[in-house]
Write a protein that binds this ligand. Structure first.
Ligand code: F6P
Length: 357
């Protein structure tokens, strides 16, 4: 089709070859984003859509699958990502950035859509500065990406965590126990705060607000003196005690330099039991929060993000990320989105605290 002032003779922008990748931890709603990109890309623009396998790894190694509407059928409610994901970054592979440039030429790509969290989007932002035409879509159950009120996957994780807390209430009450529930959230406590509020937790511990274990135990003791003998303490995996209040082991890191978390709930539970004498049990929800079908909210948000992302590519809005603000999908600069993680707001945290103990 011959373009005419950037449009074809039907008034549409020209056909493009667009690469799609999903990077970082998987997340419910990834397939819904891909489905939306492919739907609008194929049906409206007539694009060729290439799904690179396992995030940036597939781009660098030239491994992809051609995606079309038929391939995406039935994937809207399916968790995970049909094109695979990894934490591989071109900046950690020798000659990685060069390989991305080469992939753009070899596959004659007009643009890339990177669907990912902090790591994937930071990488996309740097690659854009090096001349790669890339658009970002914010994904993470942690909901910690700046500039967007929500990331898809968060609502599903909160729903799963809330359901778990509801179930723990009845067993805690039957046994007069303290239940410590660990949820994901490495740098921020969005899941913990929302699930704690929704599940009626006795107390919630988040990374943004270092806790004092003595204060936690005192609050539980006061509650149990007042005729309540069961409690639920929700702990974000990245929660930290105030300096000198509870001994924690040295941090360890994975091969991509990501801090390895998981286990703070065990330390908190041991301290609660030994200081208060209340029988205490631990539940670590872990990857259950990332698995399975996205909620209706996440399916809708993912679909909106996907449509907006392919439109951004056709508008030439490279170096930008689609985002949710005031219930509208907008675009912001990738560099601004990744500049800082989004913490739990002071107002929401104050509300959560009203329900403690
Ligand atoms: O970034 C999302 C997240 O779910 C974090 O909350 C968690 O710490 C991390 O992924 C764990 O990911 P993995 O075990 O896949 O490295």
């Amino acid at each position: 089709m011959v373009p005419f002032f950037g449009l074809d003779f039907n008034g549409r922008s020209p056909i493009m070859r667009v690469g799609i990748l999903t990077g970082g931890g998987d997340c419910p709603g990834l397939n819904a984003v891909i489905r939306a990109i492919v739907r609008k890309g194929e049906r409206h623009y007539g694009d060729d859509l290439l799904g690179f396998l396992d995030g940036w790894r597939g781009v660098m190694d030239g491994e992809f699958e051609l995606l079309d509407i038929a391939r995406l059928r039935g994937t809207l409610p399916r968790g995970g990502t049909i094109i695979g994901t990894s934490r591989v970054s071109p900046y950690l592979v020798p000659g990685g950035v060069e390989k991305v440039h080469r992939a753009m030429e070899t596959h004659e790509l007009d643009g890339l859509i990177a669907i990912g969290g902090e790591g994937t989007l930071s990488c996309a932002s740097e690659l854009f500065d090096e001349g790669i035409p890339v658009v970002g879509v914010p994904k993470t159950i942690d909901n910690d990406i700046g500039g967007t009120e929500r990331t898809f996957g968060f609502d599903t994780a909160v729903t799963i965590a809330t359901d778990a807390i509801d179930r723990l209430h009845t067993t805690a009450e039957s046994h007069n126990r303290v239940m410590v529930v660990e949820v994901m959230g490495r740098h921020v406590g969005h899941i913990a705060t929302w699930a704690g509020l929704a599940g009626g937790a006795t107390m919630t511990l988040i990374p943004e607000e270092p806790f004092d274990i003595v204060e936690v135990c005192d609050a539980l003791s006061r509650r149990h003196q007042n005729g309540r003998y069961a409690s639920i303490v929700v702990v974000a995996e990245g929660a930290k005690p105030k300096k000198g209040t509870l001994e924690v082991p040295e941090d360890t890191f994975d091969e991509y330099g990501h801090i390895r978390l998981g286990g703070i709930a065990n330390l908190v539970a041991t301290a609660i039991e030994s200081r208060t004498g209340f029988e205490t049990r631990v539940t670590i929800l872990g990857h259950v929060q990332r698995g399975g079908s996205p909620t209706a909210f996440d399916r809708v948000l993912s679909s909106r993000f996907g449509i907006a992302a392919i439109e951004a590519v056709h508008d030439g809005a490279f170096g930008e990320m689609v985002a949710l603000q005031s219930n509208e999908i907008i675009r912001i600069k990738l560099a601004d989105a990744v500049a800082e993680l989004k913490p739990v707001s002071a107002q929401l945290w104050a509300t959560a605290q009203e329900f403690f103990a």
